[in-house]
Design a protein around this ligand. Structure first.
Ligand SMILES: [Zn+2]
Length: 52
């Protein structure tokens, strides 16, 4: 399990995605691209995730 929140990436945004690492990377990547105009590589995304 992993969790990624927009606040951890420096956004003033309450978006949170939780689940397995692949799902979080895909969903967070989609959200940041659509809502913040920034695309992250999967490598960058996994770096900021909190793993449980
Ligand atoms: Zn956001």
């Amino acid at each position: 399990m992993a969790i990624a929140t927009c606040r951890d990436y420096g956004y003033d945004c309450d978006f949170v995605v939780e689940g397995d690492i692949d799902k979080v990377a895909i969903e967070f990547g989609k959200h940041s691209a659509e809502h913040h105009g920034i695309e992250y590589s999967k490598e960058t995304l996994t770096k900021f995730m909190v793993k449980k």
